[in-house]
Ligand binder design. Structure first.
Ligand code: ADP
Length: 301
């Protein structure tokens, strides 16, 4: 947090410095033009230099601010990922040490195995997210396209999430608002689409308060598109953050120190995958504490 605040300060200093320099250059040049307006050749040269200096200053300021933002993002990503890697490893090590040094009864041993398995799943998930973010970030990467039945895909992802988070049937519901006998398909990469939907479901569950109540709806807004909507009744998203949360490494700043951990890569992966399939992804929320809805819209096959 302190790093974030000081970087913010730094970018403000650079923006103010840039603005002051631009103002100074304008004042100097305008007074120079007023004093030498008769000397046309010099005047033309002066104007060219003037434009060059101003452009240079503006570009320099933009570049510096971008670099500072990038550093900010890298810092928060490293903090989040280090935590996501270290915590499960520490737990696994602790349980292994206990199993090695002490007599543990059968029931306790099974409990330890379950915790270690859950933690190794968490580790694997973090590593997969980092690898996928790297892959989806590459523009030239080819998709393994095939015809995907969207209803089948959504049901598979829901089952997976139910098993992963040990949820009962009511916690995650599925509805479709198109003719049930109709087959709604898209042309896409099965693995990537599954990752995108699973990320949305993971978030909906992760950011639900105590009771998880998530609904997934598939609809066909027109003949050429299909929309998948994931709605939760969780902690919601402030209006100003609705667009930013899709940026790489971005996490809502006020929540970084809360219990819900993450790397800030999930929604970046969702948007990259959906855009590569020619679709769009967006978030809606009435505000903090009022739940959120994430929609992905894709062209039909
Ligand atoms: P991570 O969950 O790893 O932090 P994401 O890219 O998946 O990263 O999400 C970015 C941020 O968006 C999260 O830190 C969280 O604050 C917010 N967010 C995402 N999904 C939801 C949701 N369903 N409800 C509330 N906030 C959400």
């Amino acid at each position: 947090m302190a790093v974030w605040v000081s970087s913010r300060k730094k970018s403000l200093i650079f923006i103010s410095l840039g603005a002051c320099l631009v103002a100074l250059a304008i004042a100097l040049n305008v007074s120079w033009i007023v004093l030498h307006w008769r000397q046309v050749a010099l005047l033309t040269l002066g104007i060219i230099f003037f434009v060059a200096i101003i452009t240079g200053l503006v570009l320099n300021t933009i570049f510096l601010v971008r670099e500072i933002r990038r550093n900010e993002q890298h810092d928060s990503f490293i903090n989040a990922v280090t935590h996501e890697l270290k915590t499960p490893l520490t737990t696994i090590r602790l349980y292994l040490e206990t199993l090695k040094t002490r007599e543990v009864d059968e029931a306790k041993r099974h409990e330890f195995y379950d915790v270690m398995l859950a933690d190794s799943d968490r580790l694997l998930h973090t590593v997969e997210q980092i690898l996928r973010a790297g892959q989806t970030g590459q523009r030239r990467r080819r998709l393994q396209r095939s015809v995907i039945d969207i209803e089948e895909l959504v049901r598979e992802c829901i089952d997976l999430a139910r098993r992963r988070y040990h949820l009962d049937g009511d916690a995650l519901s599925y509805t479709e608002s198109f003719n049930g006998s109709e087959r709604v398909t898209i042309m896409g990469d099965q693995d990537e689409m599954q990752a995108a939907l699973s990320n949305l479901l993971d978030n909906a569950i992760k950011y639900s308060d105590k009771t998880v109540q998530v609904s997934v709806e598939v609809e066909t807004p027109d003949e050429k598109h299909v929309a998948v909507r994931v709605t939760d009744h969780g902690i919601g998203i402030p209006r100003a953050q609705l667009k930013r949360i899709f940026k790489r490494f971005y996490r809502v700043p006020e929540r970084i120190l809360t219990q819900v951990k993450g790397s800030g890569l999930g929604l970046f992966i969702v948007r990259s995958i959906v855009e590569k399939h020619g679709g769009r992804a967006f978030a809606e929320s009435e505000g903090e504490g009022k739940g959120s809805t994430f929609t992905i819209e894709l062209p039909r096959a």
